[in-house]
Design a protein around this ligand. Structure first.
Ligand SMILES: *Cc1c(COP(=O)(O)O)cnc(C)c1O
Length: 379
């Protein structure tokens, strides 16, 4: 193998310099950057592959399946899954986790429609397309939570005997959590039994916030959910996108196929699977105590509260939901949202405070948003 040509080397170096400058300044999207996984670099010299089921092992032996299992067990416990009835694996991110969980749900209720609020992540419509499920878009309340009155009306109007609900645990733009106990309660009052519906939770970001706060909204298996998907690169942080999906084992086995070629069961969406990201998540959970996660989470929430208060005090309309690291506010001028790579939707923008965000940087951004708002008011 030859080395890179001088020009290619320069191109690579330029990319590195460019990324190094932007790195640590991400505040518009939920990507933590306070990590150091360099002790794992040596594994990048091996062709590792986690094809198959982490709970079985299987034939291709150059894998990290036992570490993957440790990670999934950790998350299952964090989400209070029934020890006798859960199954999960490490995905390539929140979207694959949601796709997998909806795939399981559809196997359970093949003709059921998928109900979700208009504030759901944009990937939901890709998932309904892929799985050929009929989507039903439900209204949401001003804070981003699903409007349960509208949900009930649509379910009852459909006349369907079975259905699938996608509940948001932290919406993308506003960080809102759907009221899961109230959904179950209203369905029971309307005469539906629990075996008529499947409830999946998309907890991409907030699934790794709520376990570490004193008063979490009910969101996990204690709230009688059927499955949960989280992202690993958001709250925890990872240089390679990843996530975890956990379902009930009894439901996962609906898609169980034993494959002679790999001597294991084929339950996952991908065949060959990333064997490096399980090491990343394993390293993250082994190097952080529960208290570390609590401290880090509360610091982020505190900064979010601070940011919201500063904006409101200076006359910018700003909001954040309880237990949220997301602050959404009136969209500033394009120069400002482009300068900080803020995500925007309609007339709002948001910032997301994760572990790497430092106060001087946050203050600089807030100063710019406030100044922009004042300049607009004068015009
Ligand atoms: C980010 C996000 C997703 C998608 O997760 P990826 O890891 O980017 O695939 C899904 N739902 C919500 C609410 C999200 O915030």
């Amino acid at each position: 193998m030859n080395g890179l040509s001088e020009e290619d080397q320069r191109q690579l170096d330029r990319l590195y310099d460019d990324l190094s400058q932007r790195h640590q300044h991400c505040i518009g999207y939920p990507l933590s950057e306070d990590f150091d996984y360099s002790p794992l670099y040596r594994f990048l010299k091996m062709s590792i592959n986690n094809v198959g089921d982490p709970y079985e092992g299987g034939n291709p032996v150059v894998n990290t399946l036992t570490f993957e299992k440790t990670v999934v067990d950790y998350f299952a416990e964090l989400f209070h899954a029934d020890k006798q009835d859960f199954w999960g694996y490490i995905t390539n991110g929140g979207t694959e986790g949601n796709l997998y969980c909806c795939y399981v749900a559809r196997r359970k209720y093949p003709l059921a429609k998928l109900y979700f609020s208009v504030d759901s992540h944009y990937s939901v419509l890709k998932i309904t397309n892929l799985l050929r499920m009929q989507p039903v878009i439900v209204k949401s309340l001003p804070n981003g939570e699903i409007d349960i009155d509208d949900l009930m009306e649509r379910i009852i109007d459909s006349g369907d005997k079975t259905f699938i609900i996608w509940a948001n645990v932290g919406t993308t733009m506003k960080g809102a959590v759907d009221n899961i106990p109230s959904i179950h309660e209203r369905l029971a009052l309307a005469g539906f039994s629990r075996n008529q519906y499947y409830l999946h939770t998309d907890a991409a970001l907030k699934g790794l916030i709520l376990p570490f706060v004193p008063n979490p909204e009910p969101f996990d298996f204690r709230a009688d959910i059927d499955s949960i998907a989280v992202s690993g690169h958001k709250m925890i942080g990872s240089p390679i996108p990843c996530g975890v999906a956990i379902v009930k084992a009894s439901a996962a086995h609906l898609i169980d196929r034993s494959i002679e070629y790999i001597d294991t069961h084929d339950l996952t969406i991908a065949g060959s699977r990333n064997a490096f990201t399980p090491l990343i998540l394993w390293y993250a959970i082994k190097t952080h105590s529960k208290k570390d996660w609590v401290d880090r989470t509360l610091r982020c929430i505190h900064f979010a509260q601070y940011a919201k208060d500063r904006l409101v005090n200076e006359g910018v309309e700003a909001h954040s939901n309880p237990n949220s690291v997301t602050v959404y506010f009136t969209k500033p001028s394009e120069v400002v949202w482009r300068r900080y790579h803020l995500a925007t939707q309609g007339d709002i923008a948001h910032i997301i405070i994760l572990g790497h965000v430092r106060k001087p940087f946050l203050d600089q951004l807030l100063d710019d948003v406030i100044q922009d708002s004042k300049a607009k008011a004068l015009r």
